[in-house]
Design a binder for this molecule. Structure first.
Ligand code: GLA
Length: 662
């Protein structure tokens, strides 16, 4: 992973998507003036400019972009230059309908919006390569260029004939023989055996449930097909400007890409953070959701990362779109810095007056430079210059949460024991129980090396590969502490059920003889445990072998059966939790296990709603409460944001932040 472009200059990046093609050129000098006033030092240009750059096949109109880059450079603003390949011009779809995606029913997904490309289309890929090559040639050594931004939020799916042919190639590579594919997909079931590669299609709309192993492979294939588009553009850019890092912006906690595989192909990992659509701005879930995405991105990056997009105010894609109250945009931006971001950017710089996002907020709103929002944007830009101490620094974490996109895909299919299984919700519940106690964690792939983590937590990984099981076994044997959540290690990499309820290696590790049956709980139902905790979503009929039972189910069909177990294995400990505990119990479980493993909260006893994170030399305190709060300090410190020295305590305003240096 290359360093972020400005790490050596010792400043945090600040800026946003800049779409000057939506405005007359007479507006551009004002943009530069106001960007400078706001402290903007990075503008992401050209994300949706393809039709402007290539108005007809093969034509090139670069003059306007030359002027934009020169103006930005003269203004001292660096450029994150995008390849425009997320939104092909209408002529491409009109002339080459095979570039347009088709949905599961075979219906065309038309142009007239964006993201209308089939990742497997040779025609699309050729046009994408050529415009990328010409951009790289023309701007690869432009003095304003700091970062390449490929495409935008990759995430399309396509079930067309071109994708089918590409899928078959991908499958041949993976399985080599048709026999191996038939075995992996379990095609003996429902007479699905394939007799020739040509018969294989993507899992299109069928009469009843699709083959789950085929669906899982289609997820893998789609992620790889899109990644192929990314790496093809990346390689062109790298060939022309080897010193300029390349990124593509991820969506937050998005299931459409294997984020581990993708991140390893990027020079800089970047993400767009918009709170979970299930939560509102004012909803308490916004802050932990942001923290989760930020910690995941830092883990993907193995260090500093870039917040490529967030909203300065309201978005336009919820039912009701609220502005952010005073302080919230700053709070969530500084949360990202605290959790490892070396740059804070927005969608977008100037609010559009036309198009589908004209009601989406921007740094410079319709209300102009004297607006409340722009004042806050300016203030944030100035504050970020006081946080140079953390640029390039790490966020120490003693806990790893294991997360795997493949397991998410396998887990999210139809025909499961419960439609209430919700992978991101379960992951979030466990994460939030750590976050609420200021126990900092990283995320890790289940096959990743876990050395250095004192506590490893698996909220729920239905699919665990043999390599992952060996990894977990070695980790605990060598003295690690593992907490394993329900319905984990049930299937192998082909979504084939491992016998005995969960895999035998995991049972050995957990000290369980078997899991007799899954007993999912109804929506809104819960079950009491004899230690006073309540479980939701799920319960299991377990039989222990060498494990100790810490709590049993206290009611219902499983009354008296083990719910929570503990097992010493090698020199380590493995706990099993067969239900989704409600948060108070989850917090206690995690706090106790963390303390026993020698991991302490960043700020023990911090008031509720106060997030405490250490990054480099600074202790960040973030008040997510809507009223002021006083936080006792473990040692005196100076708030680098205000210059004020605090001896024993610091009072944070509503949505207030302190960044303390001791
Ligand atoms: C995404 C896109 C942007 C914009 C925002 C709106 O993050 O990348 O182009 O559409 O959503 O929230």
């Amino acid at each position: 992973m290359a360093a972020l472009p400005d790490a050596t200059r010792g400043r945090l990046l600040y800026g946003g998507d800049y779409n000057p093609e939506q405005w007359p050129e007479s507006v551009w000098p004002e943009d530069i003036r106001l960007m400078r006033e706001a402290g903007v030092n990075l503008a992401t240009v050209g994300v949706f400019s393809w039709a402007r750059l290539e108005p007809r096949p093969g034509a090139r109109e670069f003059g306007w972009l030359d002027r934009v880059l020169d103006l930005l450079h003269e203004g001292g603003i660096d450029v994150c230059l995008a390849t425009p390949t997320a939104s092909p011009p209408p002529w491409m779809g009109a002339r080459h309908p095979e570039t347009l995606p088709r949905d599961e029913h075979g219906r065309t997904v038309w142009y007239g919006s964006r993201n209308h490309f089939c990742a497997s289309s040779r025609v699309y890929r050729d046009y994408a390569r050529r415009i990328t090559e010409d951009l790289a040639r023309r701007y690869g050594s432009h003095p304003a260029l700091r970062l390449w931004h490929v495409n935008n939020e990759y995430g399309t799916h396509c079930w067309c004939d071109g994708s089918a042919a590409h899928f078959r190639e991908w499958l041949q590579e993976r399985y080599d023989t048709l026999g191996a594919l038939n075995e992996a997909w379990g095609t003996a079931f429902w007479s699905q055996r394939y007799d020739s590669w040509e018969e294989i299609i993507p899992p299109r709309r069928a009469q009843y449930l699709n083959n789950p192993a085929q669906q899982l492979d289609f997820h893998r294939f789609t992620s790889d097909a899109l990644l192929g588009c990314f790496t093809a553009e990346r390689d062109v850019l790298a060939a022309h400007s080897p010193d300029i890092p390349v990124t593509t912006n991820f969506m937050p906690l998005f299931s459409g890409q294997d984020g581990w595989a993708w991140a390893s192909e990027e020079d800089v990992v970047s993400v767009d953070v918009y709170p979970d659509p299930r939560a509102g701005w004012e909803d308490a879930a916004g802050a932990p959701h942001g923290a989760l995405v930020q910690d995941l991105t830092r883990s993907q990056a193995r260090g500093p990362w870039l917040l490529m997009e967030q909203a300065a105010g309201p978005v336009n894609w919820r039912g009701v779109n609220h502005p952010k109250p005073d302080g919230l945009m700053r709070l969530w931006s500084l949360q990202a810095v605290a959790r490892g971001a070396d740059g804070i950017c927005f969608f977008q710089w100037r609010q559009s007056r036309q198009g589908s996002e004209k009601f989406h907020s921007a740094m410079l709103p319709h209300a102009g430079e004297h607006s409340r929002l722009f004042r806050q944007v300016r203030a944030l830009g100035s504050e970020l210059t006081r946080l140079t101490d953390v640029v390039g620094d790490q966020v120490p974490a003693g806990i790893a949460l294991l997360h795997d996109w493949e397991s998410w895909w396998a887990d999210g299919q139809d025909g499961r024991p419960s439609a209430g299984l919700d992978y991101p919700a379960t992951l979030t519940a466990w994460y939030q129980a750590l976050w609420e106690q200021n126990l900092t964690c990283d995320f890790a792939h289940p096959e990743a090396t876990l050395d250095g983590y004192r506590l490893v937590v698996i909220p729920h990984l239905y699919l665990l590969t043999d390599a992952a099981l060996d990894n977990l076994t070695a980790y605990v044997r060598a003295g690690g502490t593992l907490i394993c959540g329900f319905f984990t290690g049930v299937a192998d990499a082909d979504d084939r059920i491992r016998e005995g309820g969960v895999d035998s290696r995991l049972r050995l590790l957990l000290g369980l003889t078997t899991v007799h049956e899954w007993w999912p709980l109804d929506e809104d139902a819960s079950v009491r445990l004899d230690n006073g905790a309540r479980g939701t979503v799920w319960s299991e009929d377990l039989e222990t072998d060498t494990a100790t039972t810490l709590a049993v189910y206290a009611e219902g069909e499983l009354a008296g059966r083990p719910a929570l177990t503990r097992h010493t294995f090698g020199t380590g400990v493995a706990l099993y939790v067969s239900t989704l505990l409600e948060r108070p119990a989850l917090r206690t479980l995690l706090a106790d296990a963390a303390a026993a493993a020698g991991v302490l909260p960043v700020l023990p006893g911090a008031p509720a709603g106060v997030e405490a994170v250490r990054r480099g030399p600074l202790l960040f305190l973030l008040n997510h409460n809507r009223e002021p709060v006083t936080v006792p300090l473990p040692q005196p410190g100076t708030d680098v944001l205000t210059g004020t020295r605090h001896e024993e305590e610091v009072t944070l305003d509503r949505y207030g932040v302190a960044a303390l240096r001791s």
